[in-house]
Design a protein around this ligand. Structure first.
Ligand code: DX5
Ligand code: ZN
Length: 220
């Protein structure tokens, strides 16, 4: 049976009360904390770095999943590992040496993965499947929370699922962008097992109600 994981993106949390926000969302049932790092270079927005990761680390027992939307990639990886990240993913087109960056993440004791924008082909995976622990399919263009789910992502999730199954490896398949109660089941049916949700969770007063409703959709 598939293990489904809900990964709230703290991009939509109240940054003035971040410790309380991450504690609350974990109490509400979050399996993972999704941590969006934007550099105002690879993507047109600027968010949070290793200092903030280190600050929230003692507040949560669940894995912290660092989604790097930065270019270059490599020099920030050891900093996030030291700051307590458990998973680090990056966009292959933002690294000059994808294999080296993946290895660097593992050498720093974290799970490694690649992120695919709506327009980025999956062929980057072809020669590095043995260095991948997680594949992240973007269902919006990266840079902002609160955008609408791009339905074409479902086909790509299915394609990534086929590649994972063919590899016989234990690789997580995460989807990120516009995930809500009413489309999470479609993403799961396409093959995703890990669901990032920012505005859908932090935009509502009762985080547990949203996470429970998402789990109910996944159980159908
Ligand atoms: C977008 C980020 C997402 C985003 C998700 O670049 O990678 O993680 O915060 O937010 P929602 O769920 O609001 O689309
Ligand atoms: Zn993200």
């Amino acid at each position: 049976m598939t293990t489904f994981r809900i990964a709230p993106s703290i991009l939509s949390a109240d940054f003035a009360r971040l410790g309380e926000e991450v504690r609350n969302v974990v109490t509400a049932g979050a399996d993972i904390i999704h941590f969006d790092v934007m550099d105002n270079h690879y993507v047109p927005n600027l968010t949070i770095g290793p200092l903030v990761c280190e600050a929230i680390r003692p507040h949560v027992q669940v894995p912290i999943d660092v989604h790097l939307m930065v270019k270059p990639v490599d020099r920030i990886i050891p900093d996030f590992a030291k700051a307590g990240a458990n998973i680090i993913t990056f966009h292959p087109e933002a690294s000059d040496h994808v294999d080296r960056s993946l290895q660097l993440i593992r050498d720093n004791g974290c799970k490694s993965g690649l992120v695919f924008n709506p327009g980025t082909p999956l062929h980057y995976l072809e020669h590095v499947m043995d260095k991948i622990d997680i594949i992240l399919i973007m269902s919006v263009n990266p840079g902002f929370g609160g955008q609408s789910f791009i339905p074409q992502a479902l086909k790509k999730i299915a394609e990534a699922r086929r590649m994972i199954d063919e590899s016989g490896r234990d690789i997580m398949l995460e989807v990120d962008g516009g995930i809500k109660i009413d489309n999470i089941a479609a993403a799961a049916a396409a093959g995703a097992d890990t669901f990032v949700a920012g505005s859908a969770i932090f935009g509502k007063p009762d985080y547990k109600a949203v996470i429970d409703a998402m789990r109910a959709e996944l159980a159908k």
